[in-house]
Every structure is written in C-alpha cells, then in structure tokens.
Design a binder for this molecule. Structure first.
Ligand code: FES
Length: 115
C-alpha cells in the first residue's frame, strides 16, 4: 500500500515539508529535498520519545538549509543520514520513512502509508 504526498516540483531544493494525512493513525512525517535527493523521516525526535521537531509548520531545517534541527532542545541531524551530530542526543537517529518517486510524484510506502 502507498499514499500520495505531493508532486516533486512542489518541494524546492533545501526545503522540507511535513505530512500528517487525516484519517490515519500513523505518526506525522516530513520530507527533505537537498542536493537532488529526497528523504523521508518520522517527525519524532529521538531525544524525547515522540516529540515533534518543528516549532511551526514545515520548520525542520537549519537557517542555511543544510541540517535538520529539532527546535525542542536544539538537536542537529545530518540531512542525509538522520544521525544527530550535535545536541542532547548525539549518535541517535531519526527514523527513516521509505519514499517512492513515480512520474514526478512522491509517495510513502507501507507501513507508514496505512490508511
Ligand atoms: S526534543 Fe528534540 S532535542 Fe529535545
């Protein structure tokens, strides 16, 4: 099973966007486009179980757009690996979400796509 997220061209380079489809029980997740790659992560900081990273809609990145940041306590995550490189949970990592890109559209795949 898979669920539609957005068109790839709706996500500019060095941008992130959160998704929490209505009617689902799965955790919210976000996608990051950086340097031609798109990665998906659960919106759950490893520092505090289940805490969301963003302090406002889609605010998942550092000011320069090169890192993922949790605004709870300032953890900084590598944008490619999701590993915390600075802050209170160094060495822990975000949980990846499998993505598919199909004809210019982004999809998430099971188990995160359950509706
Ligand atoms: S909840 Fe993310 S750094 Fe503390």
């Amino acid at each position: 099973m898979r669920a539609y997220l957005c068109r790839l061209d709706e996500l500019p380079d060095q941008a992130a966007r959160g998704f929490a489809p209505e009617g689902t029980s799965r955790k919210a997740m976000f996608v990051v486009r950086h340097g031609g790659r798109v990665r998906g992560w659960l919106d759950a900081c490893p520092h505090v179980d289940g805490a969301p990273l963003a302090w406002r809609k889609d605010a998942y990145l550092s000011a320069d757009g090169n890192s993922i940041v949790c605004y709870g306590h300032g953890a900084v995550f590598d944008i490619d690996t999701g590993v915390c490189t600075r802050g209170p949970c160094v060495g822990q990592a975000l949980t990846p979400v499998a993505l598919e890109c199909d004809e210019g559209a982004l999809w998430i795949t099971s188990p995160h796509a359950a509706k």
